[in-house]
Ligand binder design. Sequence first.
Ligand code: PEP
Length: 254
Amino acid sequence: MRKKIVAGNWKMNLDYNEGLSVFSEVINMINDEVTGTQEAVVCSPFIHIHSLVQLAKGQNRISLGAQNAHQAESGAYTGEISAKMIKSVGAAYVILGHSERRQYFGENNELLAKKTDTVLANDLKPIFCIGETLQEREANTHFDIIKSQLVEGVFHLDTTQFSKLVIAYEPVWAIGTGVTASSDQAQEIHAFIRKEIAAKYNQTVADNTTILYGGSCNPKNAAELFAQPDIDGGLIGGASLKSRDFTDIVKAFN
Ligand code: PEP
């Protein structure tokens, strides 16, 4: 069956020492308190990853991820980080297509399809983010938007490649706003995503795909969201910066 995952996205927060300290607390709390088979993933800024991987050695419930990667294998791209570099420090995941990358850095589905290929070619697992804006939901185009993000971003992959993906549904109107999608709203979209995956690949691939919910998820609402049949975990922004809150969200699967 598909894996349950709670991934934290630290974004551009926590300096090096703060990051080490929060992560050490997370390791201790998860060791002491998590009883299920769920996986916790921390997607830190690039500069933390190597040290966090060292701290997490021997912890089979905790993995590290990056928040972005360049589409090229290497080259003259000043200031960028490649998937190969991310792999070389021991990360397992890379978030791709986060709405902040789409909005502030002009990342579109075409570019994200290339990034997905490069990340997979380097044996890393993409956490591929999709989701509609408030205007798109109000215009009732959210299903079309989600479908086009899937079709243009990841449906060029073959079955083996697709099986390595984690999908994150993040309604843009719920990210960092304190407004969470209701569990029914989230479940409706997750079921739609799984149906589209089954139509493109097959039911087994769809049943095995982990689909995370992201958007103002917190220790109070996590259990209700994660209880939905097609919600397999969360992508957590603000609440992942606090070890207690993040661990409590991970524990929603205990
Ligand atoms: C995110 O940025 O992926 C996110 C879900 O943020 P928040 O939890 O802060 O809404």
